[in-house]
Every structure is written in structure tokens, then in C-alpha cells.
Design a protein around this ligand. Structure first.
Ligand code: NAD
Length: 484
């Protein structure tokens, strides 16, 4: 890494406005998933340090809440501007610890910054209501108030955006936040904290506690069990989400859960096939297939199946796999050896059920896996039922609309779905029939700070981004005035 501002590469935790170590001095090495090279190390925080960060958040929050929304927005705007001014450095840090190509990392930094800008403005519009009363001598007012101290636990696949999508609305609403970033990607989180400090976000309002996989359980337990924390926002796997939900139950916390997906991507016979291929490329292979909204199962109508498969395989052949910091690389490594093993397992199981490889089809050494297209995949294959989280595109056949809707909905997940079609009636019918929180119609890219992001069923609770994302950090208070 050759950072313009080396001070953004922080190797300490950030608690109560102080850069600090773990109490017992424990540290964890962080390595580049492309090369295995050690990038640095971070403190391994635990339960006591988390307790302290929560207490600091509690102390800092009342003064922050007492500011006007505009005063908070001014500081958040500064944070946004600093993130954008340091976009290149932040992207380099992200590529080094996460692996995604630099161009994608730069894109994520802009996406991450957009949540801070959006929510700083949106919080100015946290309007309440005046409700016509039920009695002549009464008046009913409804106002919104910050929930208080909040906590966030985030994954490694979007090391910056998953943080700002939570911290942006929390801070804008007048809350404080204690964050535990993913063990694999602490440096992106700490760089954001360094910029928050420079932006003048008061001490204690945004603390960052790096922890390795084992220590994450301790930090997580304190965040879930401490009654001062009034809300937890989690992005990650469904299994961990369920566990955290149970841990939060005794203190009845508000929860936002952005969990796993198993997105269907449907291509109808009347679709523009070239556009569908372009959409599938973005949806499936971005971030090496490690996105929660990425196409996991591609359903293609029988009459266009072979044509679509050939076009997709040709597009996949143009992808260049390698270290994300090298020019021209479109597909970086997977996050670790376990991720490679899962993709291999899904591939092998599909092959054993009669699927055929049309492109790619093998691990490339280290954490790299060739972008792959599989045809003749039966619906019973594991990769049609489980999230693969890798660059593996299984193509399944379908006969008609009812058949594909049934298959698309036959999953516990309900995060994102996509379809390509031109018949207007079909567009409405299918969009309404899909049991998913987000539906991309003739597009493979749906994420934006202005729209509500989130899932149904086992994909989670709540929405992030948009006006709905602010509500997650606000309590509704009803005032009943009598004797008027
Ligand atoms: P993960 O659930 O293993 O980890 C996510 C975070 O939870 C990490 O910070 C991890 O350290 C922490 N964690 C794990 N066990 C914990 C525990 N017992 N207590 C406290 N914290 C704990 O998920 P991952 O592998 O990092 O991320 C991939 C998953 O995230 C995929 O399933 C993906 O679909 C999902 N995801 C969802 C969205 C969304 O918006 N719905 C976005 C990105 C990723």
C-alpha cells in the first residue's frame, strides 16, 4: 500500500475518542487474502473493553442528541467529505484486506460515504404527527426520538458500506454507536473512525472494537446483553443473526438484521438477452460473487436457455482473475480457504448430479477460484438451495411463469430477486409474486442509499437506507394532552 495519508492505516482500537490497546495487550494479525502477506495487526478487544465503550457512548449521547439535526448534519457532512477526499487511500486499504479490485473498492467508498450524506439530510425530516383527537378536551402529538446507545456488528464483504449504512442513520438520528467490525477487515473500519475523529464527531459517539473470530463472541455477548444498548444492527449470516436475536431477547432490544440471501435471477424468453447477460455479470461476479444480493440461481426459460448460456459463458471468459490491486483485474480472491472449499463443494455436488461446466470450473490456487458457469443444473443441487458466496453461476431451466415463481420462492430466504422480461403484464405479475424484499427488474444492480435495502423471511428484519432506514434508529413517542 502506498497511502497518500499513512495516518489512515490505524492499528489500534478506537474507544471513547482514544486510540487504544486491549486490556491484556492481545493483538491479531491481519493478512491480505490475495497474497497471504501480513498487513499489520490490531488489538483483540474483549468484554471489559466493550463494556467501557458502551459506558462512553452512554455518556456522550445526551449532548449529541441535544444538538439540532442541522448541527449534527454539519459534522456528518464533514465526515462524508473527508471520506470522499480520501477515497483512493480508503480503497487501497480495503483491497489489501478484503481482496476486491481497486475500482470496486473505490466504488464502495463512494457508496459508503453516500449513506453519511443522505442520513445527515434525512434526519432533518424526522417529522412527527398531530392526530385528530378522540375527545374534545384532548390533543394527540407524536414525536420521534433517538433510541439511544446502539451497537453494530458487520461483515467483511463490504467493509465500509455495511458500517456507514448503520452509523449514518444512528448518528444523524442522535444516537451513539459501538461497532464490532468483521475480524477479517478491521482496517477499513478504523480508517472510518480516524476520519470521524477529524470531522469532529465527539468522543464516545462512535467506537470501534476489533476482535478476532473467538473474541467476536465476547464482544458480541456484551453488545447483546448490556441493557444500556437499546438497539443492535447486524449484517451477516442468518445463523449468527438468529443467535444474536436470542441473545438480545432478555433485554428486549430493537433489532435490524440484514442476513443471508439466495437470489433467483430469472430470464424470460421475451427478455433482451444481452441486457440480461450484462445484469447477470454484475449481479453474479461483482466482489467475486461474495454479495448477499448476488444471483445465486439463474433460471432461464427453455427456448432461450442455450443462447443465454453461450452469451454468459463468452462474457465470463473476458473476466481477469488476480490480485485486486493490479490494473485490469476484475475478479479478486475469495476471503479465505474456507470460502474456496465451499464453492468447490457446491461445484462438485452439482457435477455429481449431472451439471456440466461451460466456463471456469476450478480453483486456481491460493484463495482464487475461476468464474464459473454451470448448465443442466437440477433444482435439487445444493447450490440452488444454499448461498454459495462465490463466482459460480448455475443455470436452471424453467417452462412457464408459474413454474419459475414456485421455484424462485421455494427457499427460506427473501432478500433480493431479479428478472428480465419485456411483457408489461408479466413484469407486474412476477414482481408482485416474488417473496423478496428487493426485486431488480431488467437490472442486476439495485443498491443505493436512497432506496430501502432489506429482506423478508430468514433474510432479516428492518430496512437500511432511504427514509425507512432512519426509522430504525428512532422511537415513536405519543403525547396525550388532556384538560384543554
Ligand atoms: P458472519 O455471520 O459469519 O459474520 C458477520 C459478523 O458477525 C462478523 O463481524 C463476525 O465476527 C460476527 N459474529 C459471528 N459470530 C458472532 C457471535 N457469536 N457473536 C457476535 N458476533 C459474531 O457472516 P460473514 O461470513 O462475515 O458474512 C457473510 C454473510 O453475510 C452472508 O450470509 C451474506 O449473505 C451476509 N450479508 C448480508 C447482507 C445484507 O444486507 N443482507 C450484506 C452483506 C452480507
Amino acid at each position: 500500500m502506498e497511502l497518500k495519508d499513512p495516518d489512515l492505516f490505524r492499528q489500534q482500537a478506537f474507544v471513547n475518542g482514544q486510540w487504544c490497546e486491549a486490556d491484556h495487550g492481545a493483538r491479531t494479525d491481519i493478512c491480505n487474502p490475495a497474497s497471504g502477506e501480513k498487513l499489520g495487526s490490531v488489538p483483540n478487544m474483549g468484554r471489559t473493553e466493550t463494556h467501557r465503550a458502551i459506558a462512553a457512548a452512554q455518556a456522550a449521547q445526551p449532548a449529541w442528541r441535544a444538538l439540532t439535526a442541522k448541527e449534527r448534519a454539519t459534522k456528518l457532512r464533514k465526515w462524508y467529505e473527508l471520506i470522499m477526499a480520501n477515497q483512493d487511500d480508503l480503497a487501497q486499504i480495503m483491497t489489501a484486506e478484503q481482496g476486491k479490485p481497486l475500482a470496486e473498492a473505490r466504488g464502495e467508498i463512494a457508496y459508503a460515504a453516500s449513506f453519511i450524506e443522505w442520513f445527515a439530510e434525512e434526519a432533518k425530516r424526522a417529522y412527527g404527527d398531530v392526530i385528530p383527537a378522540h375527545a374534545a378536551d384532548k390533543r394527540i402529538l407524536v414525536q420521534k426520538e433517538p433510541v439511544g446507545v446502539t451497537a453494530a456488528i458487520t461483515p467483511w464483504n463490504f467493509p465500509s458500506a455495511m458500517i456507514t449504512r448503520k452509523a449514518g442513520p444512528a448518528l444523524a438520528a442522535g444516537c451513539a454507536m459501538v461497532l464490532k467490525p468483521a475480524p477479517q477487515t478491521p482496517f477499513s473500519a478504523l480508517a472510518l473512525a480516524a476520519l470521524a475523529e477529524r470531522a469532529g464527531i465527539p468522543a464516545g459517539l462512535f467506537s470501534v472494537l476489533p476482535a478476532d473470530i473467538a473474541a467476536s463472541h465476547e464482544v458480541g455477548a456484551e453488545l447483546c446483553e448490556n441493557p444500556i444498548v437499546r438497539k443492535l444492527s447486524f449484517t451477516g449470516s442468518t445463523a449468527v443473526g438468529i443467535q444474536l436475536m436470542a441473545q438480545c431477547a432478555p433485554t428486549v432490544k430493537k433489532l435490524s438484521l440484514e442476513l443471508g440471501g439466495n437470489a433467483p435471477f430469472i430470464v424470460f424468453a421475451d427478455a433482451d438477452l444481452d441486457a440480461a447477460v450484462e445484469g447477470a455479470m454484475i449481479s453474479k461476479y461483482r466482489n467475486a460473487g461474495q454479495t448477499c444480493v448476488c444471483a445465486n440461481r439463474i433460471y432461464v426459460q427453455e427456448s432461450v436457455y442455450d443462447a443465454f448460456a453461450a452469451k454468459l459463458a463468452a462474457a465470463v471468459a473476458t473476466l481477469k482473475v488476480g490480485n485486486g490491486s493490479e490494473a485490469g483485474v476484475t475478479t479478486g480472491p475469495l476471503i479465505d480457504a474456507r470460502a474456496v472449499a465451499k464453492v468447490q463443494r457446491h461445484l462438485d455436488e452439482a457435477l455429481s448430479q449431472g451439471a456440466r461446466v461451460l466456463a471456469g470450473g476450478q480453483a486456481l490456487g491460493g484463495n482464487f477460484f475461476a468464474p464459473t458457469v454451470l448448465v443442466d443444473v437440477p433444482p435439487s443441487a445444493l447450490l440452488a438451495r444454499e448461498e454459495t458466496f462465490g463466482p459460480l453461476a448455475p443455470l436452471l431451466r424453467f417452462s412457464d411463469e408459474a413454474d419459475v415463481i414456485r421455484q424462485a420462492n421455494a427457499t427460506e430466504f427473501g432478500l433480493a430477486a431479479y428478472f428480465y422480461a419485456r411483457d408489461l403484464g408479466r413484469v407486474f405479475r412476477v414482481a408482485e409474486a416474488l417473496e423478496y424484499g428487493m426485486v431488480g427488474i431488467n437490472t442486476g444492480l439495485i443498491s443505493t442509499e436512497v432506496a430501502p435495502f432489506g429482506g423478508m423471511k430468514a433474510s432479516g428484519l428492518g430496512r437500511e437506507g432511504s427514509k425507512y432506514g432512519l426509522d430504525e434508529y428512532l422511537e415513536i413517542k405519543y403525547l396525550c394532552l388532556g384538560g384543554i
